[in-house]
Design a protein around this ligand. Structure first.
Ligand code: ZN
Length: 410
Protein backbone atom coordinates (compact mmCIF):
# COMPACT_ATOMS: atom_id res chain seq x y z
CA UNK A 1 0.00 0.00 0.00
CA UNK A 2 1.30 3.43 -0.96
CA UNK A 3 1.21 6.27 1.58
CA UNK A 4 0.89 9.97 0.92
CA UNK A 5 3.45 12.58 1.96
CA UNK A 6 1.87 13.67 5.25
CA UNK A 7 4.03 16.79 5.68
CA UNK A 8 3.33 18.06 2.20
CA UNK A 9 -0.43 17.65 2.66
CA UNK A 10 -0.37 19.36 6.06
CA UNK A 11 1.77 22.22 4.72
CA UNK A 12 -0.67 22.76 1.85
CA UNK A 13 -3.63 22.84 4.27
CA UNK A 14 -1.85 25.45 6.40
CA UNK A 15 -0.85 27.45 3.30
CA UNK A 16 -4.48 27.51 2.09
CA UNK A 17 -5.52 28.62 5.61
CA UNK A 18 -3.46 31.81 5.09
CA UNK A 19 -5.93 32.91 2.40
CA UNK A 20 -8.51 35.14 4.11
CA UNK A 21 -7.84 34.13 7.72
CA UNK A 22 -10.16 35.16 10.57
CA UNK A 23 -9.13 36.44 13.99
CA UNK A 24 -9.58 33.16 15.82
CA UNK A 25 -7.68 30.95 13.39
CA UNK A 26 -10.41 30.13 10.88
CA UNK A 27 -11.16 31.32 7.36
CA UNK A 28 -13.70 33.47 5.55
CA UNK A 29 -13.88 32.66 1.86
CA UNK A 30 -17.51 33.11 0.86
CA UNK A 31 -18.41 31.48 -2.45
CA UNK A 32 -17.24 33.42 -5.54
CA UNK A 33 -15.90 36.31 -3.46
CA UNK A 34 -12.42 37.71 -4.14
CA UNK A 35 -11.22 35.64 -1.16
CA UNK A 36 -12.69 32.46 -2.66
CA UNK A 37 -11.04 33.42 -5.95
CA UNK A 38 -7.67 33.74 -4.19
CA UNK A 39 -8.06 30.26 -2.66
CA UNK A 40 -9.00 28.79 -6.02
CA UNK A 41 -6.05 30.49 -7.75
CA UNK A 42 -3.62 29.10 -5.16
CA UNK A 43 -5.06 25.61 -5.69
CA UNK A 44 -5.07 25.91 -9.51
CA UNK A 45 -1.41 27.00 -9.43
CA UNK A 46 -0.49 23.91 -7.39
CA UNK A 47 -2.40 21.72 -9.85
CA UNK A 48 -0.57 23.18 -12.85
CA UNK A 49 2.75 22.62 -11.06
CA UNK A 50 1.67 18.99 -10.63
CA UNK A 51 1.19 18.78 -14.40
CA UNK A 52 -2.59 19.01 -14.41
CA UNK A 53 -4.77 21.11 -16.71
CA UNK A 54 -7.51 23.23 -15.17
CA UNK A 55 -10.96 23.90 -16.59
CA UNK A 56 -14.13 25.56 -15.34
CA UNK A 57 -17.76 24.74 -16.15
CA UNK A 58 -20.77 27.01 -16.58
CA UNK A 59 -21.61 27.17 -12.86
CA UNK A 60 -17.98 27.82 -11.87
CA UNK A 61 -17.04 24.30 -10.76
CA UNK A 62 -13.29 23.92 -11.24
CA UNK A 63 -11.74 20.65 -12.45
CA UNK A 64 -8.03 19.81 -12.40
CA UNK A 65 -7.28 16.94 -14.80
CA UNK A 66 -4.51 14.34 -14.98
CA UNK A 67 -4.71 12.23 -18.15
CA UNK A 68 -4.89 8.44 -17.99
CA UNK A 69 -3.26 5.84 -20.25
CA UNK A 70 -6.61 4.82 -21.73
CA UNK A 71 -7.87 7.71 -23.89
CA UNK A 72 -11.41 6.32 -23.83
CA UNK A 73 -11.74 5.94 -20.05
CA UNK A 74 -13.95 8.15 -17.91
CA UNK A 75 -12.24 10.04 -15.06
CA UNK A 76 -12.11 8.96 -11.43
CA UNK A 77 -12.93 12.21 -9.64
CA UNK A 78 -11.95 13.36 -6.14
CA UNK A 79 -12.84 16.68 -4.57
CA UNK A 80 -14.99 18.81 -2.32
CA UNK A 81 -15.13 22.60 -1.87
CA UNK A 82 -12.86 25.56 -1.00
CA UNK A 83 -15.57 28.05 0.04
CA UNK A 84 -16.19 28.49 3.78
CA UNK A 85 -18.73 29.77 6.27
CA UNK A 86 -18.27 33.46 7.31
CA UNK A 87 -16.42 32.15 10.35
CA UNK A 88 -15.48 28.78 8.94
CA UNK A 89 -12.70 26.34 9.65
CA UNK A 90 -9.55 25.30 7.82
CA UNK A 91 -10.61 21.72 6.98
CA UNK A 92 -14.31 21.59 6.01
CA UNK A 93 -14.17 20.96 2.24
CA UNK A 94 -10.57 22.07 1.91
CA UNK A 95 -9.41 18.69 3.16
CA UNK A 96 -11.15 16.78 0.36
CA UNK A 97 -9.70 19.05 -2.31
CA UNK A 98 -6.13 19.07 -0.99
CA UNK A 99 -6.16 15.34 -0.17
CA UNK A 100 -7.06 14.87 -3.87
CA UNK A 101 -4.10 17.04 -4.85
CA UNK A 102 -1.83 15.05 -2.54
CA UNK A 103 -2.98 11.80 -4.22
CA UNK A 104 -1.85 13.19 -7.59
CA UNK A 105 1.41 14.56 -6.20
CA UNK A 106 2.20 11.22 -4.60
CA UNK A 107 1.53 9.30 -7.81
CA UNK A 108 3.75 11.84 -9.61
CA UNK A 109 6.56 11.21 -7.09
CA UNK A 110 6.80 7.59 -8.26
CA UNK A 111 5.89 8.29 -11.90
CA UNK A 112 2.78 6.17 -11.50
CA UNK A 113 0.31 6.54 -14.33
CA UNK A 114 -3.23 5.20 -14.14
CA UNK A 115 -5.42 3.67 -16.82
CA UNK A 116 -8.26 6.07 -16.13
CA UNK A 117 -7.77 9.85 -15.89
CA UNK A 118 -7.89 11.44 -12.44
CA UNK A 119 -9.64 14.71 -11.68
CA UNK A 120 -10.05 16.96 -8.68
CA UNK A 121 -13.32 18.90 -8.50
CA UNK A 122 -13.84 22.14 -6.56
CA UNK A 123 -17.62 22.56 -6.34
CA UNK A 124 -19.11 26.08 -6.27
CA UNK A 125 -20.98 27.40 -3.21
CA UNK A 126 -21.12 24.22 -1.17
CA UNK A 127 -21.64 26.05 2.11
CA UNK A 128 -24.78 27.93 1.19
CA UNK A 129 -23.54 30.82 3.34
CA UNK A 130 -23.57 33.36 0.48
CA UNK A 131 -26.06 31.81 -1.96
CA UNK A 132 -28.98 29.46 -1.17
CA UNK A 133 -29.22 26.53 -1.77
CA UNK A 134 -26.08 24.95 -0.37
CA UNK A 135 -24.24 22.48 -2.65
CA UNK A 136 -25.33 24.64 -5.58
CA UNK A 137 -22.46 23.80 -7.97
CA UNK A 138 -22.79 20.04 -7.61
CA UNK A 139 -26.60 20.28 -7.82
CA UNK A 140 -26.40 22.14 -11.15
CA UNK A 141 -23.64 19.88 -12.51
CA UNK A 142 -25.64 16.74 -11.78
CA UNK A 143 -28.94 18.16 -13.08
CA UNK A 144 -30.59 18.25 -9.65
CA UNK A 145 -30.98 22.03 -10.14
CA UNK A 146 -31.51 23.88 -13.46
CA UNK A 147 -28.56 26.00 -14.62
CA UNK A 148 -30.81 29.06 -15.05
CA UNK A 149 -32.15 28.68 -11.51
CA UNK A 150 -28.62 28.32 -10.13
CA UNK A 151 -27.35 31.40 -12.00
CA UNK A 152 -30.34 33.45 -10.77
CA UNK A 153 -29.73 32.82 -7.04
CA UNK A 154 -28.62 36.02 -5.37
CA UNK A 155 -26.81 36.93 -2.17
CA UNK A 156 -28.02 39.29 0.57
CA UNK A 157 -26.86 42.36 -1.37
CA UNK A 158 -28.63 41.30 -4.56
CA UNK A 159 -25.60 40.02 -6.49
CA UNK A 160 -26.56 36.97 -8.56
CA UNK A 161 -24.46 33.86 -9.02
CA UNK A 162 -24.13 34.83 -12.72
CA UNK A 163 -22.71 38.25 -11.74
CA UNK A 164 -20.43 36.78 -9.09
CA UNK A 165 -19.09 34.25 -11.63
CA UNK A 166 -18.25 37.11 -14.03
CA UNK A 167 -16.63 39.26 -11.33
CA UNK A 168 -14.54 36.44 -9.91
CA UNK A 169 -13.41 35.26 -13.34
CA UNK A 170 -15.03 31.86 -12.94
CA UNK A 171 -17.73 32.06 -15.59
CA UNK A 172 -16.47 28.98 -17.43
CA UNK A 173 -17.73 27.26 -20.57
CA UNK A 174 -17.16 23.57 -19.90
CA UNK A 175 -20.32 21.50 -20.23
CA UNK A 176 -22.29 20.30 -17.21
CA UNK A 177 -23.14 16.73 -16.39
CA UNK A 178 -20.40 14.89 -18.30
CA UNK A 179 -20.05 11.29 -17.12
CA UNK A 180 -17.59 10.24 -14.41
CA UNK A 181 -16.30 6.75 -13.70
CA UNK A 182 -16.62 7.40 -9.95
CA UNK A 183 -16.48 10.14 -7.32
CA UNK A 184 -14.63 9.93 -3.97
CA UNK A 185 -14.92 12.75 -1.42
CA UNK A 186 -12.75 12.88 1.70
CA UNK A 187 -14.16 15.10 4.46
CA UNK A 188 -13.96 15.77 8.18
CA UNK A 189 -16.87 14.09 9.93
CA UNK A 190 -18.25 17.39 11.36
CA UNK A 191 -19.63 15.38 14.27
CA UNK A 192 -18.25 13.58 17.36
CA UNK A 193 -18.74 9.87 16.56
CA UNK A 194 -15.30 8.87 15.22
CA UNK A 195 -13.47 10.85 17.89
CA UNK A 196 -15.68 9.37 20.58
CA UNK A 197 -14.84 5.86 19.37
CA UNK A 198 -11.14 6.66 18.90
CA UNK A 199 -11.33 5.63 15.23
CA UNK A 200 -9.30 7.58 12.60
CA UNK A 201 -11.23 6.59 9.46
CA UNK A 202 -14.95 6.39 8.71
CA UNK A 203 -16.12 4.24 5.79
CA UNK A 204 -19.16 6.25 4.72
CA UNK A 205 -22.03 4.08 3.52
CA UNK A 206 -24.42 6.89 2.56
CA UNK A 207 -26.29 10.00 3.56
CA UNK A 208 -29.29 9.93 5.85
CA UNK A 209 -32.88 10.78 4.96
CA UNK A 210 -34.19 14.16 6.10
CA UNK A 211 -37.81 15.22 6.67
CA UNK A 212 -38.67 18.81 7.62
CA UNK A 213 -42.12 19.58 9.00
CA UNK A 214 -43.76 22.93 9.67
CA UNK A 215 -46.24 22.81 12.54
CA UNK A 216 -48.82 25.44 13.47
CA UNK A 217 -50.88 25.17 16.65
CA UNK A 218 -53.84 27.48 17.23
CA UNK A 219 -55.55 27.98 20.58
CA UNK A 220 -57.32 31.02 21.96
CA UNK A 221 -55.38 34.03 23.21
CA UNK A 222 -56.90 35.35 26.44
CA UNK A 223 -56.14 37.27 29.62
CA UNK A 224 -53.57 35.56 31.87
CA UNK A 225 -55.30 36.81 35.03
CA UNK A 226 -58.97 36.24 34.33
CA UNK A 227 -59.14 32.87 32.54
CA UNK A 228 -59.32 29.78 34.80
CA UNK A 229 -56.88 27.03 33.82
CA UNK A 230 -59.55 24.45 32.79
CA UNK A 231 -61.14 26.97 30.40
CA UNK A 232 -57.96 27.83 28.49
CA UNK A 233 -56.86 26.83 24.99
CA UNK A 234 -53.15 27.51 25.56
CA UNK A 235 -51.24 26.81 22.34
CA UNK A 236 -47.83 26.91 24.02
CA UNK A 237 -48.57 24.41 26.78
CA UNK A 238 -49.83 22.12 24.02
CA UNK A 239 -46.65 22.68 22.04
CA UNK A 240 -44.53 21.98 25.14
CA UNK A 241 -46.22 18.61 25.46
CA UNK A 242 -45.71 17.98 21.73
CA UNK A 243 -41.99 18.76 21.93
CA UNK A 244 -41.56 16.43 24.91
CA UNK A 245 -43.34 13.70 22.94
CA UNK A 246 -41.05 14.33 19.94
CA UNK A 247 -38.00 13.79 22.13
CA UNK A 248 -39.58 10.50 23.21
CA UNK A 249 -40.05 9.65 19.52
CA UNK A 250 -36.28 9.96 19.01
CA UNK A 251 -35.84 7.43 21.82
CA UNK A 252 -38.21 5.04 20.08
CA UNK A 253 -36.04 5.18 16.94
CA UNK A 254 -32.68 5.25 18.76
CA UNK A 255 -29.85 5.33 18.01
CA UNK A 256 -30.27 6.23 14.32
CA UNK A 257 -33.34 8.41 14.63
CA UNK A 258 -32.68 12.12 15.24
CA UNK A 259 -35.31 14.72 16.12
CA UNK A 260 -34.73 18.47 16.42
CA UNK A 261 -37.11 21.33 17.11
CA UNK A 262 -34.90 24.22 16.05
CA UNK A 263 -37.33 27.09 15.61
CA UNK A 264 -40.29 28.15 17.70
CA UNK A 265 -42.33 31.27 17.29
CA UNK A 266 -45.04 32.50 19.67
CA UNK A 267 -47.23 34.89 17.69
CA UNK A 268 -47.67 38.34 19.35
CA UNK A 269 -46.16 37.02 22.56
CA UNK A 270 -46.85 38.94 25.74
CA UNK A 271 -46.16 37.97 29.35
CA UNK A 272 -49.75 38.37 30.46
CA UNK A 273 -51.53 36.83 27.47
CA UNK A 274 -52.23 33.13 27.00
CA UNK A 275 -50.41 32.17 23.78
CA UNK A 276 -52.95 31.73 20.99
CA UNK A 277 -50.73 30.73 18.09
CA UNK A 278 -47.38 28.92 18.02
CA UNK A 279 -45.37 27.80 14.99
CA UNK A 280 -42.44 25.41 15.22
CA UNK A 281 -40.22 23.32 12.98
CA UNK A 282 -39.37 19.64 13.21
CA UNK A 283 -36.24 18.10 11.64
CA UNK A 284 -36.40 14.29 11.47
CA UNK A 285 -33.44 12.21 10.29
CA UNK A 286 -32.76 8.52 9.85
CA UNK A 287 -30.41 6.57 7.60
CA UNK A 288 -33.25 4.33 6.30
CA UNK A 289 -36.15 5.54 4.14
CA UNK A 290 -38.56 3.05 5.75
CA UNK A 291 -37.69 4.40 9.19
CA UNK A 292 -37.95 8.07 8.24
CA UNK A 293 -41.45 7.32 6.90
CA UNK A 294 -42.35 5.63 10.18
CA UNK A 295 -40.92 8.55 12.15
CA UNK A 296 -42.95 11.07 10.17
CA UNK A 297 -46.15 9.01 10.54
CA UNK A 298 -45.65 8.59 14.28
CA UNK A 299 -44.78 12.26 14.75
CA UNK A 300 -47.98 13.31 12.99
CA UNK A 301 -50.10 10.88 15.06
CA UNK A 302 -48.59 12.14 18.31
CA UNK A 303 -49.16 15.78 17.38
CA UNK A 304 -52.78 15.13 16.35
CA UNK A 305 -53.55 13.26 19.54
CA UNK A 306 -52.16 16.00 21.80
CA UNK A 307 -53.99 18.71 19.84
CA UNK A 308 -57.27 16.77 20.16
CA UNK A 309 -56.84 16.22 23.91
CA UNK A 310 -56.38 19.94 24.37
CA UNK A 311 -58.92 21.20 21.86
CA UNK A 312 -56.25 22.94 19.79
CA UNK A 313 -56.21 23.35 16.01
CA UNK A 314 -53.25 21.76 14.32
CA UNK A 315 -51.69 22.12 10.86
CA UNK A 316 -48.68 19.99 9.90
CA UNK A 317 -47.03 20.35 6.50
CA UNK A 318 -43.95 18.89 4.91
CA UNK A 319 -41.49 21.69 4.16
CA UNK A 320 -38.82 19.50 2.54
CA UNK A 321 -37.96 15.84 2.14
CA UNK A 322 -34.71 14.25 1.03
CA UNK A 323 -34.55 10.46 0.84
CA UNK A 324 -31.62 8.45 2.14
CA UNK A 325 -28.67 8.28 -0.26
CA UNK A 326 -26.94 4.92 -0.22
CA UNK A 327 -23.41 5.11 -1.65
CA UNK A 328 -22.11 2.72 -4.30
CA UNK A 329 -21.19 -0.75 -2.97
CA UNK A 330 -18.11 -1.09 -5.23
CA UNK A 331 -16.77 2.34 -4.18
CA UNK A 332 -17.44 1.57 -0.51
CA UNK A 333 -15.61 -1.73 -0.98
CA UNK A 334 -12.64 0.08 -2.57
CA UNK A 335 -12.41 2.27 0.56
CA UNK A 336 -12.79 -0.76 2.83
CA UNK A 337 -10.07 -2.69 0.99
CA UNK A 338 -7.75 0.33 1.22
CA UNK A 339 -8.28 0.94 4.93
CA UNK A 340 -7.93 -2.75 5.77
CA UNK A 341 -4.79 -3.05 3.64
CA UNK A 342 -3.30 -0.08 5.47
CA UNK A 343 -4.22 -1.64 8.82
CA UNK A 344 -6.00 1.45 10.17
CA UNK A 345 -8.87 1.25 12.64
CA UNK A 346 -12.13 2.12 10.93
CA UNK A 347 -15.89 1.93 11.25
CA UNK A 348 -18.90 2.31 9.00
CA UNK A 349 -20.67 5.63 9.36
CA UNK A 350 -23.58 7.46 7.71
CA UNK A 351 -23.07 11.10 6.78
CA UNK A 352 -25.07 13.35 9.06
CA UNK A 353 -24.46 16.51 7.03
CA UNK A 354 -25.16 17.40 3.41
CA UNK A 355 -22.23 17.09 0.99
CA UNK A 356 -21.58 17.48 -2.73
CA UNK A 357 -21.23 13.67 -2.75
CA UNK A 358 -24.97 13.39 -2.03
CA UNK A 359 -25.71 15.02 -5.42
CA UNK A 360 -22.91 13.11 -7.15
CA UNK A 361 -24.36 9.81 -5.88
CA UNK A 362 -27.27 10.36 -8.29
CA UNK A 363 -24.79 10.90 -11.14
CA UNK A 364 -22.10 8.23 -10.81
CA UNK A 365 -20.79 5.58 -8.39
CA UNK A 366 -19.87 7.63 -5.31
CA UNK A 367 -18.60 7.34 -1.78
CA UNK A 368 -16.85 9.33 0.96
CA UNK A 369 -14.03 8.89 3.47
CA UNK A 370 -14.41 10.58 6.88
CA UNK A 371 -11.76 11.56 9.41
CA UNK A 372 -12.49 12.83 12.94
CA UNK A 373 -12.48 16.52 13.85
CA UNK A 374 -11.55 17.62 17.34
CA UNK A 375 -14.58 17.84 19.64
CA UNK A 376 -16.80 17.15 16.64
CA UNK A 377 -16.58 20.89 15.97
CA UNK A 378 -17.19 22.32 12.48
CA UNK A 379 -18.54 25.55 10.96
CA UNK A 380 -16.38 27.12 13.64
CA UNK A 381 -13.08 28.99 13.48
CA UNK A 382 -11.60 26.55 15.99
CA UNK A 383 -12.33 23.56 13.72
CA UNK A 384 -9.33 21.21 13.91
CA UNK A 385 -8.26 17.84 12.54
CA UNK A 386 -5.20 16.00 13.87
CA UNK A 387 -2.26 15.62 11.46
CA UNK A 388 -2.19 11.85 11.94
CA UNK A 389 -5.88 11.50 11.03
CA UNK A 390 -5.44 13.88 8.07
CA UNK A 391 -2.67 11.63 6.74
CA UNK A 392 -4.55 8.37 7.31
CA UNK A 393 -7.68 9.54 5.54
CA UNK A 394 -5.61 10.64 2.54
CA UNK A 395 -3.76 7.30 2.50
CA UNK A 396 -7.14 5.58 2.23
CA UNK A 397 -8.28 7.98 -0.52
CA UNK A 398 -5.05 7.36 -2.46
CA UNK A 399 -5.32 3.59 -2.43
CA UNK A 400 -9.06 3.46 -3.09
CA UNK A 401 -8.81 5.89 -6.02
CA UNK A 402 -5.69 4.27 -7.42
CA UNK A 403 -7.34 0.83 -7.39
CA UNK A 404 -10.47 2.22 -9.08
CA UNK A 405 -8.37 4.04 -11.71
CA UNK A 406 -6.54 0.83 -12.67
CA UNK A 407 -9.64 -1.30 -12.83
CA UNK A 408 -10.84 -0.82 -16.39
CA UNK A 409 -14.02 -2.85 -16.07
CA UNK A 410 -15.13 -0.33 -13.43
ZN1 ZN B 1 -18.00 20.65 3.62
Amino acid sequence: MLKINAHRLWDSLMEMAKVAPTEKGGNCRLALSMEDRAGRELFAGWCREAGMSVKVDRIGNLFACRPGLDPEALPVVMGSHLDTQPKGGRFDGIYGVLAGLEVVRRLNDDDIQTQKPLEIAVWTNEEGARFTPAMLGSAVFTGNLELAAGLACSDASGVSVAQALERSGYAGSEPLGRPFDAYFEAHIEQGPILEDNGVPVGVVTGGQAICWLDVQVDGIPAHAGTTPMPLRKDALFGVAQMIAALEQLADDFAPKGLVTVGQLDIARSSRNTIPGKVNFTVDLRHHLDTQIDAMERTAREVLVSIAEQRGLNLTVSRHWFSPATPFDPACIQAVRTAVEGLGYDHQDIVSGAGHDAIHLARHCPTTMVFIPCVGGLSHNEAEMALPDDVAKGADVLLNAVWARAEHIAG
